[in-house]
Design a protein around this ligand. Sequence first.
Ligand SMILES: Cc1ncc(COP(=O)(O)O)c(C=O)c1O
Length: 493
Amino acid sequence: MNARSGLEFAEPTIFERGTPGRSGFKVPECEDGKVAIPAHLLRKTEPEFPETSELEVVRHFTRISRMNFGIDVGMYPLGSCTMKYNPRVCEDAAALEGFTGLHPLLPQDKIQGALALMAELEDALAELSGMPAISLAPAAGAHGELTGMMVIRKALEARGYARKKVLIPDTAHGTNPASCALVGYKVVSVKSTEDGMLDPAAVAAAMDDDVAGIMITNPNTLGLFEEHVAEVTKIVHEGGGLVYGDGANFNAIMGKYRPADLGLDVIHFNLHKTFSTPHGGGGPGAGPIGVVEELEPFLPVPRVLRNGDGTFALSVDFPNSIGRIRTFAGQFLVLVRALTYIRALGGAGLAKAAEMAVLNANYVRARLADTYHVAYPGTCMHEVVFSDKLQSKNGVQTMDIAKRLMDYGFHPPTVYFPLIVKGAMMVEPTETEDKATLDKFVEVMENIAKEAIDNPDILHSAPNLTSVSRPDEVLAARKPVLTQMQADQQDAE
Ligand SMILES: Cc1ncc(COP(=O)(O)O)c(C=O)c1O
């Protein structure tokens, strides 16, 4: 089926387009005459490239780009992912030749500007989190978690005890238990209270001499501000453990409060979410961690040193470090975007962005509260969790609502997460959507709720207007088909 015309024909792939001999480019003549390529490296057969004109190539790639959905196309309220608009000034900075042309093995006197940028970003993140030491090395939030838990393990060993378990609230993101397991810790799930809060009594009951610490996400994945962090932190510290802060939801709190002030020992930032890098589909990202003084010696190497005379150095000379956690110093161009964003907004601007993110989520919550079941009523932070409780009476589930949103030009919210909410729909509008867009989203959600009563079939078959309708999502994630050759192979099987 052709998505644009609705007629029964498929668009040809780039491999099916073209004609032998047709070409859209000319390779420049080799200036130095012939280059001697060793015989064993020479091709024996011609490569099987599509022979296409420039127009065919342009149409092919433009067509497939239009099958995609991105924040530049419409609102992307994917909860827990902070899919906000990425200001173009950040892209401009990251595209500067002085940054893109850097090679990680350049001598240190040639990368002073890059090191100065990294030092300044470290200082900004230290100020925002209250953590005295920062490592920019981790390449994503989950990688930050892994790094942070490795640091915790090493710090406890330095105190003279190894422990085996980590406490994790039942609302946590799946990467939290996964990171603990990778470090070799056994995960103990802690049940939240009826109102979605981390329960100090449950933490106290689970705390024993084998608990290395706890991972806390604040605001949590229900979009709620954890009210008992200071109390929980005290319990864990008194039991000899350390406290990890999952800072993926930092967008709600930046410039408003500093996690270190509640007693956290480690925190990671998702630079790609909070500090604006286009992300999704696996990258790119950066997940720096901040730590308290006791944990600083264990941070990964290399680390940026301030020489005191205005120059900088990258050093691996930290004998107690957990070592390298990636090949070079960090996901550099994401760091450039983050510092540009922080500089562009300034302290007051960041705080205002956090306020607007919370206001927008509460606006959507309040406007839809009579139409959709709100899992945890009351004020939320940057995201709100609805469920399909009201619509499921008519046989309409969360997945149907999410898919129908695509027909109206909106990306679906996060679905079926957090796991403790049946039929969860987690909406994170972010601060970058204006009131008119939020109103449109609300109107569409209300329409869908009406359709759930009057015409549920249209929801069951949704999305009806996209080029792919309802793929087997588990199979697509486990065995992605990313190239035409893989697709051809699959067709042949
Ligand atoms: C609460 C929370 N923690 C951790 C992560 C992991 O971050 P990343 O996707 O950068 O690995 C996410 C990602 O969605 C998250 O929402």
